[in-house]
Ligand binder design. Sequence first.
Ligand code: PLP
Length: 372
Amino acid sequence: MSFQSFNPPRRILMGPGPSDISPQVLSSLSRPIVGHLDPLFIGMMDEVKALLQYAFQTKNEFTIALSAPGSAGMEACFVNLVEPGDKVIVCRNGVFGDRMVQNVIRVDAEPIIVDTTWGRAVEIDKVEQALIDNPDAKFVAFVHAETATGAVSDAKTLCALAHKHDCLSIVDAVTSLGGIELRVDEWGIDAIYSGSQKCLSCVPGLSPLSFSEKAVSVIKNRKTLVQSWFLDQSLVMSYWSGEGKRSYHHTAPVNSLYALHESLLHLHNEGLENSWDRHKAQHEDLARGLEKLGIKFIVPKEERLPQLNAIYIPDGVDDVKVRNYLLNHYNLEIGAGLGDFAGKAWRIGLMGYAARSENVALCLTALEDALN
Ligand code: PLP
């Protein structure tokens, strides 16, 4: 057997993530590696933390980038905050809400599931009723931007509800961070995680994570040990904070963190609100073009995510054939339907660096060609 270097073509990534990466972020990966406890690297980590605090709009001291993908960020929230027997209200309106349920079950806690039809925002009234019916619930968990369906939920109202009933909020912001309005401190979010590969337009494999003081105190006062050593955030804290003195926990993915630093720098330079506006404007252009092609959205207009456009596959059209055509003729990736929407929907991502006019124009041209 002979092996050669892997040299993929340059694809345009307009699926549910990973999204396109700017040339600057990509080239930051090839900067010289330094030790993960090198003072220069620790200085960069401090900047990553400050830039993440900006992206999340929080002053939370515990704000880090977990060395693992978004699913690990999700798991870190549940294994650290929830103890066996705790009741957790989990809002489920797509694949990732269901993944939260699985996490709750695995920590021997009790999920109180609030189901909403796929493709719709979490129903506030149902959550309120679940909180009234379960006065002993300790947490409310929900996905801000459900990537499986393209629906946004009202995070501000859900967090206010959680607090009204003395619950902490656990929020999945994997697809929302950088793409739509998100204000951790103002909305009173207690635990939040994201992913590097969506609207931050960085390489996959890192999960920004932030805990409020209340969440940190829940972790510090646990009665039981966190069952995952790697995800035990009381151990990770010493690597991400402490005046000049950091102790080894695990070997950080040094070059991936350079890329995260670079991508967060871009977000900071653009300005968070400008980034939210750009995603919205590109989505509106794409939606106008899709409507001209007779393509219909799954989610009602007021609940649509700009960065994840879930559309019905037109009748009689072969899902796989069209997606392969786009890949082979245009080097363009769009996403397949997930879960209940497999074979019925496409998901067009406009995330981070991919949310640009040239991408929207290319996607519309390529789709029109593929459908004719
Ligand atoms: N949560 C949401 C809303 C997601 O879209 C994803 C990934 O697509 C995840 C969690 C899991 O993230 P990862 O694939 O990085 O583990």
